[in-house]
Structure formats: structure tokens, C-alpha cells
Design a protein around this ligand. Structure first.
Ligand code: NYM
Ligand code: MG
Length: 207
């Protein structure tokens, strides 16, 4: 039996990384599971992305958009292989962040979607949704690019369009989960939506 491909999405400070770690620990009770972070900052493309996010280099909006996508493509072979071996892969962000953040900067939505077409299709996307007010209670934003209230609000609006596109192209896979509340409460909400039945074959994104 193949592994599942589970993606967690959401704004910065939505609690994604905490919940991804908990989810993997729970999944490992039933079988092998591993984390895949995006961006994966360990590769040579990932290092360019990291330098951009830390404002150590400047980059054209389209160039950085394509690098985020290239970073997913370079990891996609291993994702497919692991899933075929029965390993469940849990991604902390994926193409949906790619679209939402770049579209929030003003790039055309369809342009943002295009380079990820054909990537492994997640069996389920858990979108941790949190109001900007609740997010603000979780402390100051960090130093990285995009971590401003204005940018997060625009990205949040774009995530709604991404959800609509996902529902149109791949119905039933996008799950909005309320990210307000304790770590345990949010974890329980995730547990309830993650136990989906999966198709025999891993699909292709946007196809
Ligand atoms: N981000 C992430 C993008 O702009 N495009 C993408 O394709 C991906 C995967 O990178 N603010 C942005 C969202 C985050 C930032 O992510 C770094 P993280 O999860 O904080 O390392
Ligand atoms: Mg961050």
C-alpha cells in the first residue's frame, strides 16, 4: 500500500510547524512517515531562497517565484519514491503557499499556478486558518521577508482564491481547519480530517 501525501498550509504563525511535528509523531504509530519542509533550504536552490527571505540578496519577483517551484520539483522525485514505498510524506507548505504569497505581491494568479502543474498531488491539504487578530496575539512577526501584517492579510485573501481553485480542479481535498485554540484542540481537528481514503495512484497537481 502506498503512503499518503499530506500538506499543511497556512500563514506565518498559524502553528503549522508545531502541528506538522505532532502529526508525524502520531502517523508513525501506524507506519513510516517523514517531514518535507518547503522551502527546503538545504539544497543549492534552497540556499538562494533562504538568502532572499533573509534580505541578503534581491531577486526579481518572477525569478524567486520560479525558484520556489524549482525547489519543489527537485524534491518531487524523492516524494514519489517514498510514497510508492509506503512512506507517508507530510509537507510543511507546498505549491499553495507559492501561489498565495506571489499573487499577494501582485503577480497574476494564473502565472503563479503554472510552474507547479504536474507536481505530486496531495491527498489532503490542511489549511490552518487564523484571523490576523489571533495571529497578532501570538507575538511579533520575525525578520524575514513577507512577515508583515499587510503582506499576511493580502496572502490570506489569496489563500481563499487558491482554496477555490483547488476545489474546482481537485474537489474534496482542501480542508480548512480553525487554527485558534490550544495545540491539543487544533491537533484534534487535524486528526479528524486527515484520515482520508486515498486513490491507488498519486495524482498530478492541476491536471
Ligand atoms: N513561501 C514559501 C513562498 O513565498 N513561496 C513558496 O513557494 C513557499 C513554499 O516562504 N513566509 C514563503 C512563505 C514564508 C517563507 O517559509 C518561508 P517558512 O515555512 O517560514 O520556512
Ligand atoms: Mg516563517
Amino acid at each position: 500500500m502506498r503512503g499518503k501525501f499530506i500538506v499543511l498550509e497556512g500563514l506565518d504563525r498559524s502553528g503549522k510547524s508545531t502541528q506538522v511535528d505532532r502529526l508525524i509523531q502520531r502517523l508513525e504509530q501506524d507506519g513510516p512517515a517523514r517531514l518535507q519542509k518547503f522551502p527546503d533550504r538545504t539544497t543549492s536552490i534552497g540556499k538562494m531562497i533562504d538568502a532572499y527571505l533573509q534580505s541578503k540578496t534581491e531577486m526579481d519577483d518572477r525569478a524567486i517565484h520560479l525558484l520556489f517551484s524549482a525547489n519543489r520539483w527537485e524534491c518531487s522525485k524523492r516524494i514519489r519514491e517514498d510514497i510508492a514505498k509506503g512512506i507517508t510524506v507530510v509537507a510543511d507548505r507546498y505549491a499553495f503557499s507559492g501561489i498565495a504569497f506571489s499573487a499577494a505581491k501582485g503577480l497574476p494568479f494564473d502565472y503563479c499556478l503554472a510552474p507547479d502543474e504536474g507536481l505530486p498531488l496531495p491527498d489532503v491539504v490542511i489549511n490552518l486558518s487564523l484571523s490576523p487578530e489571533d495571529a497578532a496575539k501570538r507575538g511579533q512577526y520575525g525578520e524575514e521577508k513577507y512577515e508583515t501584517l499587510d503582506m499576511q492579510e493580502r496572502t490570506r485573501a489569496q489563500f481563499k482564491l487558491v482554496a477555490r481553485e483547488m476545489e474546482r480542479r481537485h474537489p474534496g481535498r482542501w480542508k480548512d481547519v480553525d487554527a485558534a485554540g490550544s495545540v491539543e484542540e487544533v491537533g484534534e481537528r487535524i486528526r479528524q480530517v486527515v484520515g482520508v481514503e486515498v486513490d491507488t495512484e498519486l495524482g498530478q497537481l492541476w491536471m
